[in-house]
Design a protein around this ligand. Sequence first.
Ligand code: COA
Length: 176
Amino acid sequence: MVDWVRLELHVDTFDEATFEPYLHRAQESGITFTTMAELGDTPAHRRALYDLNRTCSADIPDRGEFYTYEEYVAQRIDVPAFTPEGVALALLDGTWIGMSATSLHPGKGHAFSEMTGVLAPHRGLGLSLALKLLAIRFVRSSGYERLTTVHHPRNASAIAMNHRLGFVPPPNDAAD
Ligand SMILES: CC(C)(COP(=O)(O)OP(=O)(O)OC[C@H]1O[C@@H](n2cnc3c(N)ncnc32)[C@H](O)[C@@H]1OP(=O)(O)O)[C@@H](O)C(=O)NCCC(=O)NCCS
């Protein structure tokens, strides 16, 4: 049985100023940031999101077989919690190189960090921190106080990334 690592961040306590330099540094190196809403929730962009998510997910321990495109759309996009404003994207020369997708759960009173991923050649440069900064701004502007996430215990880089941002285990360590 997998002992999933659950983490959460109270966005009001998030230290935005500490992470803004990562955003600026990436922009200075030619990376642009946008959202699926700004680009348009079109079939071509859904396919690009799928491709990026699938490529990055191949590095998640024990991830197993990824969705087919049709399954991805049905289970991850055409669902009430999905919003194109919640999909932060990093582009370099027109190529989608990073994403951080956040879903909203009004019934549960929190936002959920669905997937943050950066293509391997662009890792280790602080890009995930820049993308999560944008995700956290989105959560705050949507009126939510809590951003939650869950990781495989062997996904050391993702767990470290979230610790770095201030994520901590939930008080009762129970998912909701
Ligand atoms: C996890 C992932 C998104 C990190 O992206 P990244 O842009 O390379 O990460 P950053 O350069 O922004 O690093 C942010 C922090 O994460 C941690 N981190 C990143 N890579 C790490 C690694 N290989 N080992 C340990 N810690 C790591 C560090 O704490 C780092 O901050 P620091 O360098 O200031 O200490 C990337 O490795 C990835 O796409 N992995 C595959 C997909 C995945 O597992 N996603 C998470 C599940 S939703």
